[in-house]
Design a protein around this ligand. Sequence first.
Ligand code: ADP
Length: 218
Amino acid sequence: MEKQFVIIGLGRFGSSVCQELHALGHEILAMDLTEERVDAMSEFATHTVRANGTDERDLKALGVRNFEHAIVAFGEDLQASVLCTLMLKEMGVSNVWVKARDRQHQLILEKVGADRVIQPEKEMGIRVAHLLDSDKIVDYIELSKDYSIIELIASSQMSGKTLKQLDIRAKYGCIVLAIKRFEDVNIAPLPDDEVVKGDILITMGHRKDLRRFEEKGL
Ligand code: ADP
């Protein structure tokens, strides 16, 4: 379903969020202080405008209060990003996601009501470390401190066996949510579905169980 987003700050982070949301078919109001950044996003947003995210009049004039989702994508100036977040929440924007530069910034943003705080470099660093840690992990999503979803490559020792035979849930406490085979994705696979070498198993579980499955089960 199409949603409306306002993106404030069109640096590397904001512009990549903008391009991806545009590709997903959403409506976007993209704003930045500089004309150059605004122009660069003109083909990826429904409306682009040069405006200041810390200026209440600018935000009001642009009807930002009518948006359900806002992304505050400038993080270097802590005071400005906190002020912008505060104003968006006061205007009634229900979902405000904000980029933070560090932990202290994150804590302040949470205090003023940010609905989600993102530290892109930190989050990406964690993701990359997990990918580097194992040859078998293709992708990694952290659900909480203890639980994650990882994409694992099925080895030849699993090949030709059904999920029931592999008994991954009982042996390792992990759940196979989907099996990817080239372009096909088998969502919620059944016990009799077979695994073939090279399949990607999208698997959810506790960190420790996933590690055990990766080391012993694959
Ligand atoms: P990144 O690390 O994602 O590239 P930058 O800090 O380089 O982020 O870019 C942030 C962008 O946000 C810049 O294009 C800058 O012009 C814009 N920006 C900074 N402050 C404001 C503001 N108050 N209102 C709107 N845009 C802003």
